[in-house]
Design a protein around this ligand. Structure first.
Ligand code: GLY
Ligand code: MN
Ligand code: MN
Length: 456
């Protein structure tokens, strides 16, 4: 159910009552505080073309794209709010104040739509909401743009959220799925501005990985070293951008065999590897997604290096397979061929044929990257999983070997080692450009890089 903007202030039981005299006093003598003239969003130059492409896919249909609603974390505390990706892509709006806002594309003739953005405007100073309403009051959560300011920011006509009441309450699941898949497919190819934002996310992420290596001596000494590292990376992510684009995976030793280890409650052991999978999300909400597997002592042991080298060879093969026009699945196939052959050489597999190697690789070797870490997830298979790569697509290549500690098919010395190497690439006219090349990938380069940072 939609929350009314002009509802009674959302207060809680320990809020003190307000006298009529105080209410009257609070309602006056506030100066005007207009936002500066130059508040147009950088994305406002690119969003009209995006809305036009969406409009062309759904002639004559009303399209409703909500930012999403605040969600209670516990009692009267909400989770931080991050607007829905489709809403961000179509409006350029990114902030926590977007909760509850809705973009509507109204059919305007058979071949075009008019965009209307329904927003919660500034709290008026004439009722008590601005200082009493914990959820939306300006003195509780900060100033929002008023309608005219939101129009200047976005270039979209804005209306008061309370006037969106006539939007249909019912949901048509089939139509919703069709819209969601169109919005994923339209985002498959990134424009130049988006690639720039992703590069920024990658660069901040590389800085966060450097912070982590510098912090390793302290993290190794802490009983929950994984958590310490999560905090160090989170500091960089929050300071440079909106935060992390997904929960940071800090997996020491055998924890690395759990693909999405986000409990991060283990200690670090200098004899083991650390798998760090982390990404900074920019203020524009584009995220990086990078993994490095590092020797906590600063030096790989021979067996760690053996596993690492095989994953690296697989990643090299995957990256070499990237270019426009090839099947999306080709880079995964190329990487898995190397892994299956390597496992056969080690005697773990009898033959590289078949899919037995998947016991040790578990998941696919990459995905689209953008506003979402697993971007464009609602795209139909024929445009993504079974589609072909196109110039301007950004993706990860992230093969891994996850040698479970209890896997009796493995020699004892390999058990409990998990290695993933994950980089972000943009497809170019000739092939692909490595966006995350600032971080070392080879064992020698990693050791030299770690040595420099840990001494410094
Ligand atoms: N960080 C999740 C993934 O690599 O897909
Ligand atoms: Mn990934
Ligand atoms: Mn990742």
């Amino acid at each position: 159910m939609k929350e009314s903007v002009s509802a009674a202030p959302r207060t809680v039981s320990h809020d003190l009552p307000v006298s009529a005299e105080f209410e009257e006093f609070m309602a006056r003598d506030w100066a005007a505080t207009p936002l500066p003239a130059d508040i147009r969003l950088a994305a406002a130059d690119v969003t009209p073309a995006r809305r036009a492409r969406l409009s062309a896919r759904f002639p004559g249909e009303r399209l409703i794209v909500p930012a999403g609603e605040l969600r209670v974390r516990s009692n009267d505390c909400d989770h931080r709010f991050r607007p829905h990706t489709a809403y961000v892509w179509l409006t350029g709006l990114t902030g926590e104040e977007q909760a509850g806002h809705v973009l509507v594309l109204e059919p305007d003739g058979p071949h075009r739509h008019e965009a209307v953005l329904y927003v919660r405007p500034r709290s008026p100073r004439t009722d008590g909401g601005f200082y009493r309403d914990r959820r939306y009051g300006e003195f509780w959560v900060g100033r929002r743009p008023d309608l005219a300011e939101a129009e200047r920011m976005t270039g979209i006509r804005c209306a008061h959220l309370d006037t969106s009441g006539e939007l249909p309450p019912g949901r048509d699941a089939t139509a919703d799925a069709e819209l969601a898949s169109a919005l994923s497919e339209l985002r498959l190819v990134k424009d130049t501005w988006e690639v720039g934002q992703l590069q920024r996310a990658v660069d901040h992420t590389a800085a966060g990985f450097e912070d982590v290596v510098r912090a390793l001596p302290r993290a190794l000494a802490h009983p929950r070293g994984e958590r310490w590292i999560e905090g160090v990376f989170g500091l960089r992510a929050r300071a440079e951008g909106n935060g992390t684009g997904y929960e940071t995976i800090v997996a020491s030793g055998a924890h690395a065999c759990v693909l999405h280890w986000i409990r991060n409650d283990g200690p670090l052991d200098a004899r083991q590897l650390l798998l760090l999978d982390a990404g900074v999300e920019t203020d524009s909400l584009y995220t990086a997604d990078i993994t490095r597997t590092l020797p906590l002592s600063g030096r790989f042991s021979p067996v760690q290096r053996q596993v690492y080298d095989l994953v690296l060879a697989a990643q090299d093969a995957g990256i070499a397979a990237l270019r426009p026009g090839v099947c999306f699945r080709d880079f995964h196939r190329a990487a898995m061929k190397v892994i299956a052959e390597g496992l056969t050489e080690w005697g773990v597999l009898k033959s590289p044929e078949g899919d037995f190697h998947r016991r040790y690789t578990l998941c696919s070797s990459g995905h689209m990257l953008g506003l979402d870490v697993h971007d464009c997830a609602q795209a139909r298979a024929e445009t993504y999983l079974d589609g072909v790569l196109e110039e301007g697509q950004v993706l990860t290549v992230e093969p891994g070997l996850y040698l479970q500690p209890d896997d009796e098919t493995l020699p004892a010395e390999l058990r409990g080692i998990g290695v993933r190497i994950e980089d972000d690439l943009v497809i170019t006219a000739e092939g692909a450009r490595l966006m995350s090349g600032a971080l070392p990938r080879t064992p020698d380069a990693i050791e030299a890089w770690m040595g420099g940072l840990m001494e410094g």
